[in-house]
Design a protein around this ligand. Structure first.
Ligand code: ZN
Length: 220
C-alpha cells in the first residue's frame, strides 16, 4: 500500500493542492492534524481532505477551533488565528474537526497516527531523543507518525537507545523492524528554513518511507 502522510496543513490550500498534485497515485492519504489555524482557507482544506478520503487525527489548532482547551497554551498570534478561524468556518468544517480522534491506528497496519506524541497527542513537541525514548513506552505499534514541530525528522531505536536522523528531500528510510517515530514535516507552514511544502510517502508493502518537498505559490 502506498500512503501519503501529510501534517500541519494549517488552512493552506495552495500548499495542499501542490502536494496532492505531486504525489501521484496513492492508496490512502493520512493526516496528522493541525488541518487549520494560521492560513486563510480552513473550509477549502477540509473539503479537499474529504474529497481525497483522507483519514487522520486532531491537532492542537483543530482542538482550539472547535472549542477545546488547547487555546490556553497558544502564543498571541496563534490565539488570534484560532479565534479568526473559529468565527469563519462553516458547520461542516467544525463538525469534521470536532470528530477527529486524538490517535488512530489504520486497520491492518503497524502505524499509530498522533499530532504531538503518543503520551500527549495534542500537547507534546517531540524534538529530543530523550522525549522520543520515553514515548516508546506509550506506543502500541512498531511505527508512529508525528507532526506538531513542523520539522521533518526520524527518531529510531538503536542498541537500547534512540537516535535522531535528519531527513532531506528524497531521503528514504528503510523500515527494518526497529521502532521508529517519523515526522513528515509541515505542508502549510514549514519551520526548517525551507519554504516548500514537506510530506512523506510510505510504501507499507516494500517497507520504506520517502520524504518529499514541493514548491507552491506562496504569494497566492
Ligand atoms: Zn502545527
Amino acid at each position: 500500500m502506498r500512503v501519503a502522510v501529510l501534517s500541519d496543513i494549517h488552512s493552506n490550500l495552495q500548499a495542499l493542492d501542490a502536494v496532492l498534485s505531486s504525489i501521484g497515485t496513492v492508496d490512502a492519504v493520512w493526516h496528522l492534524g493541525d488541518v487549520v489555524g494560521y492560513g486563510p482557507e480552513p473550509d477549502g482544506v477540509v473539503a479537499r481532505l474529504r474529497e481525497v478520503r483522507a483519514i487522520g487525527v486532531k491537532g492542537n489548532h483543530d482542538d482550539a477551533v472547535c472549542g477545546g482547551e488547547s487555546i490556553a497554551g497558544f502564543n498571541p498570534d496563534a490565539a488570534v488565528a484560532a479565534e479568526w478561524t473559529r468565527a469563519r468556518v462553516d458547520a461542516a468544517t467544525s463538525d469534521y474537526l470536532a470528530a477527529l480522534p486524538e490517535a488512530l491506528t489504520p486497520e491492518g497496519t503497524d502505524f499509530t497516527l498522533v499530532h504531538g506524541s503518543p503520551r500527549d497527542p495534542l500537547g507534546e513537541y517531540l524534538d529530543s531523543t530523550n522525549a522520543a525514548a520515553e514515548n516508546l513506552a506509550f506506543l502500541q505499534t512498531r511505527h508512529c507518525l508525528i507532526g506538531h514541530t513542523h520539522v521533518p525528522l526520524v527518531f529510531r531505536e538503536r542498541r537500547g537507545h534512540v537516535e535522531a536522523l535528519a531527513v532531506d528531500p528524497e531521503s528514504r528510510l528503510v523500515l527494518d523492524g526497529r521502532r521508529a517515530l517519523l515526522n513528515p514535516g509541515s505542508v502549510g507552514q514549514p519551520r526548517d528554513g525551507d519554504p516548500t511544502a514537506s510530506y512523506l510517502v510510505l510504501d507499507t508493502t516494500a517497507g520504506y518511507a520517502t520524504w518529499q518537498r514541493v514548491a507552491y505559490d506562496i504569494g497566492a
